[in-house]
Design a protein around this ligand. Structure first.
Ligand SMILES: NC(=O)c1ccc[n+]([C@@H]2O[C@H](COP(=O)([O-])OP(=O)(O)OC[C@H]3O[C@@H](n4cnc5c(N)ncnc54)[C@H](OP(=O)(O)O)[C@@H]3O)[C@@H](O)[C@H]2O)c1
Length: 293
């Protein structure tokens, strides 16, 4: 019998990377990827019916309201998707004995710590996005036993738009860039997160709970931009200047590096963030070369 896995929010960058990653696997894992238009997780009734008509061993929730700044104004919408809908999903999983793998964020923390955040550290989000994601986590822990909540940070991929694709295209236009040094976190590749999620399922882990998953090391957004620029030999990196100011609608934690020890006790395949950025930028450049040829 094969293991059946539902992936919601399949059109997002994580959903797409996960789909790419499992494409050539020949294991007895059967993935079903559904986009928002195929399954809107905020429609309770649709979701209930969907789970009544299909049966899954796992549900990976890649669906979320992810616009951190817009969430300050669209608070209701952010909570509808990141909290209420996550609760509906947890109920469906509970009723159908499905393990929920849910993705959460480093923005559940306030950033006042100066050493990497543990899973057990006190949460205290400072923006609406973080509050809505934390409330989603809390619903899962109240409703469901078999769950993995994976908190991750500064996600990027070859699929626009994210920090890497935005900076890479500005560099290609030879733009001047001013990038903040006020926040420290860990850029994490969606490819690497996909590998970890796959590994969790494949090994049929039962140590349910909250896990911090990011790449190794830490960076400011300025460091991150410089690393991307490494790949563009004809770009003058003096055009990238650092600033200590950061103006945005939503506050961000100054420090949101996560301690990965809980994951690392079992999973030994995390790379330093710089290596993962290299491989994603190389992928982006390959696609561009291919398209241009
Ligand atoms: N991006 C980051 O830096 C970051 C950092 C830490 C944690 N995370 C978390 O990582 C997860 C994946 O993020 P991502 O970067 O892949 O996000 P993303 O690219 O914005 O993808 C989110 C997907 O969710 C879909 N969606 C929104 N509302 C939905 C609904 N009601 N029903 C079904 N699907 C819905 C979106 O569809 P539409 O595009 O059609 O709206 C989109 O395809 C999220 O849980 C996010 O909170 C992200």
């Amino acid at each position: 019998m094969s293991t059946k896995i539902l992936v919601t929010g399949a059109n997002g960058q994580l959903g797409k990377c996960l789909k790419d990653f499992v494409k050539n696997k020949s294991d007895k894992l059967e993935f079903l990827f559904v986009t928002k238009s195929e399954l809107d997780i905020s429609h309770k009734q649709t979701l209930n019916e969907y789970f009544k008509n299909h049966s899954f061993d796992f549900c990976i929730n890649c669906a979320a309201y992810t616009n951190v700044d817009q969430a300050e104004e669209s608070v209701e919408e952010a909570f509808k998707i990141n909290t209420e809908a996550v609760g509906y999903l947890a109920e469906c999983c509970s009723e159908s004995n499905t393990t929920l793998i849910h993705i959460s964020t480093d923005y559940v923390f306030d950033g006042r710590k100066d050493s990497p955040y543990l899973e057990t550290d006190t949460t205290n989000p400072i923006n609406e996005y973080g509050r809505s994601k934390l409330a989603g986590e809390q619903l899962i822990t109240q409703i469901l036993k078999p769950y993995f909540i994976i908190r991750t940070s500064w996600l990027y991929s070859k699929y626009p738009r994210n920090f890497v694709t935005t900076i890479a295209s500005k560099i290609q236009e030879h733009s001047e860039l001013t990038i903040t040094t006020t926040q420290k976190g860990t850029p994490t590749s969606c490819v690497e997160l996909s590998k970890f999620i796959y590994w969790l399922i494949k090994n049929d882990h039962k140590d349910y709970g909250i896990y911090h998953f990011s790449a190794k090391g830490e960076a400011t957004w300025y460091d991150f931009a410089l690393k991307i620029a490494d790949h563009f030999g004809d770009y003058d990196t003096n055009k990238i200047s650092a600033t200590t100011s950061f103006k945005s609608k939503a506050k961000r934690p100054d420090y949101s590096v996560m301690n990965n020890m809980k994951v690392q006790k079992k999973y030994h395949n995390q790379n330093h963030w710089t290596n993962d950025v290299d491989s994603v930028v190389r992928d982006i450049l390959t696609i561009k070369l291919f398209k241009g040829s």
